[in-house]
Design a protein around this ligand. Structure first.
Ligand code: YXS
Length: 258
């Protein structure tokens, strides 16, 4: 069964995540999203909507935890599924609108925040959970969050690893629109229709200009390497394994700081 449903409606593409039970971002699901986005480039679409099946309780549970490396490899390198799908969305030649209902977890929050606009139902929550899983988030992930939210809000989300309500996401400027769940689809399609009336060439250059300008951050190679070495200490730690173990044993992690 396909883990992604790709369809088009006039100049609007729609990609629906459809991987039971909770749309965990496995390599397979990521590859299907990438193929769907690639395929849509041939249709000269003006906008793409990323959504889950209607009525889901969980939009996406984030990275497929069973695919997190436990052999001393960096869990979030350039080619890991999560990093790849985020770049795919950011580089797609037309705006990608996230239509969100239900809860969004871990790296799926970054994936949604890498979309160009976010429309969410009133029951939506975001929870960014690396600190609860013992996963050392990487610099690109932090930078992508800094593009859409203020530092105090990002710190609270990362340090607590707890769900944040749609109202908070709206008041902090993370999402564009918060609508009743039963109006989510019509509202999002209407918004996409407004974008689809615009020049595709201008949409493309505007998106790329904004991507390049918001990604321009001075960091020295030495600073980058120091952060990477700090991250290695974490994913080589006992706590990293404890975080993943606790997830599968469905219990609270017992971190020891080593
Ligand atoms: O026991 P079964 O076989 O039914 O499987 C359960 C869960 O193990 C499974 N599942 C997942 N499998 C792989 N990867 C996941 N991320 C994942 N999440 C859940 O789905 C089945 C149903 O889960 P269950 O029984 O807990 O359902 P629920 O409705 O009570 O709760 C749904 C969630 C999503 C609230 C709960 O499963 C949950 O909190 N999942 C973990 C969410 C999370 O922390 N994701 C972050 C993954 S790591 C990641 O994204 C990045 C690396 S980072 O950490 O850096 O952000």
């Amino acid at each position: 069964m396909s883990t992604v449903i790709a369809e088009t409606s006039n100049e609007i593409g729609i990609i629906t995540l459809n991987r039971p039970k909770v749309n965990a971002l496995s390599a397979e699901l990521i590859e299907e999203v990438t193929r769907a986005l690639d395929g849509m480039k041939a249709h000269n679409l003006r906008v793409v909507i990323l959504r889950a099946m209607p009525g889901v309780k969980v939009f996406s549970a984030g990275h497929e935890v069973t695919e997190l490396p436990t052999n001393g490899r960096d869990p979030l390198t350039y080619n890991d599924p999560l990093r790849a799908v985020i770049r795919e969305i950011q580089h797609h030649p037309c705006p990608v609108v996230a239509m969100i209902e239900g809860s969004v977890w871990g790296g799926a929050c970054e994936m949604v925040m890498s979309c160009d606009l976010i429309v969410c139902g009133e029951d939506t929550t975001f929870a960014i959970t690396p600190a609860r899983l013992g996963v050392p988030y990487n610099i690109s992930g932090i930078l992508n969050m800094m593009k859409v939210a203020d530092i105090p809000f990002i710190k609270e989300m990362l340090f607590t690893a707890r769900p944040v309500s749609a109202e908070r996401l709206m008041s902090c400027g993370v999402v564009n629109h918060l609508v009743p769940r039963n109006e989510l689809e019509s509202f999002t399609m209407n918004l996409a229709g407004q974008i689809a009336e615009c020049s595709p060439l201008v949409l493309r250059i505007l998106k790329e200009e904004l991507r390049v300008l918001t990604s321009a951050h001075p960091i020295t190679p030495e600073a980058y390497e120091r952060l990477q070495s700090l991250r290695r200490e974490v994913y080589d730690s006992e706590d990293y394994h404890e975080g993943i173990r606790s997830f599968f044993e469905k219990r609270k992690p017992n971190f020891q700081g080593r």
